[in-house]
Design a binder for this molecule. Sequence first.
Ligand code: BES
Ligand code: MN
Ligand code: ZN
Length: 498
Amino acid sequence: MEFTIKSGSPEKQRSACVVVGVFDNRKPTLSAELIDRASGGYISEIIRRGDMEGKLGSTLLLHNVRGTLADRVLLVGLGKERDFREREFRSAVRSAVRLLNETGSYEAVVYLTEEKVKRREVAWRVEHAVVVAMEAVYRFDQMKSQPAEVRRPLRKLTLSVPQRSDLTSGEAAAARGLAIAHGMDLARDLGNLPSNICTPAHLAEHAKALAQELGFQCEVLERPQLEELKMGSLLSVTSGSEQPPKFIILEYNGAAKKQKPVVLIGKGITFDSGGISLKPGLDMDHMKFDMCGAASVFGAFKAVAELKAKVNLVGLIPACENMPSGRAVKPGDIIKSMSGQTIEVLNTDAEGRLILCDAMTYAERYEPSAVVDVATLTGAMVVALGHVACGVFSNSDSLARALLNAGEESFDRGWQMPLWDEYHEALDSNFADFANIGTRAGGGISAACFLSKFGKKYDWAHLDIAGVAWKEGKEKGATGRPIPLLTTWLLSQESAAA
Ligand code: BES
Ligand code: MN
Ligand code: ZN
């Protein structure tokens, strides 16, 4: 979809559809009032009759409204004016775009971006309108033999800003939103692909193509190189699989050479059966999404490269399957990680941490300014935070703060979790340096504690995205989270360095 920014009166727009808001209870916005005046009171008549009361997310499509130059006018309910905040703004835009995409308008001018959202500037509204619009029209039908065609899909949105002086910042915000959305589309596609297609090799090929397209570096380490590096922990996870592991390295240099890079690490388990500690059958198909951390690192690279952001970035993706077989790692086995620390594998289903820890040791060679790993790591995190926020763990409070802020800003929120010493005891082992699992209690935290043992040489944060990376039920599919959070944080590094 294409986006442009404009400033002007709604009744004067020559367009397939003009979108204006109505607050609850029956209170037209300024744009709706302008249309009302031009049409000789048509909108207020509709409101008076009770056909549009302004309930959040409600819509009413009008045709041939007198006194306007548009073919249609779409009224969108915004809810109570005093409650109109980030969530409400995004939900109103979502409703509008869904309706536009399902009806005949292939193009529209949206005035919702003119409505004040508490604490947020015009640029925020534009950026979020773009992200939400792209999210709303996203479809995954690559695997259908006959994709359901949208008759006249929405092709172009013009977002209106209050003043001509808002045009420049509006355009920059739209570009930011579009880059984030492109990253999310990529991550959603990869996440939604089944594991028989989205193998570690597929991820590696995709990474190479992406690097080519956007002009950054990509290198893929194969099993012999991982053996040479002594990544015993990663190798133990892949040992039961017929699919060869891939260790994907991305490098984007947008800042001066001397500036230390940020390293992003993404969990790339293309299917997590649990291994010998086999998972139960119910919902096991969800475990094709276990590479969503990897996909979000690709997505963040895409966004950052598209915006030519002035940051240096390294991406590390350990990619493999977790499968049972005669060669698979078994409960009780003791393995040696690249760091030299030994691990007693008490449960082969706690595999994410076993591939991430070797990537974390590998990250040391970059002398990074910060390392952030992104992983669908624990079911316990879903229990703790549900599907709203991801878990944020860090050995640096300022890094945690920066990530939490980026999450607020991008409405892709995280919530900080502790790494206190008391939680580490759960990992004690009689036979190795430590075990790969703790008790059930606080499972998301003991997983993070495990990782922290490999991130002592730099500022490190861990995002447990198990609850937010995909949706279940009727809307089943990858979400593209936490790409908005990651990209917003990376862009804030850019201004910090300037
Ligand atoms: N990929 C899963 C985590 C997961 C499970 C994410 C369900 C989303 C939904 C991870 O590899 C895993 O299996 N974790 C185990 C750890 C346990 C064995 C300590 C879990 O959470 O059950
Ligand atoms: Mn697992
Ligand atoms: Zn897993």
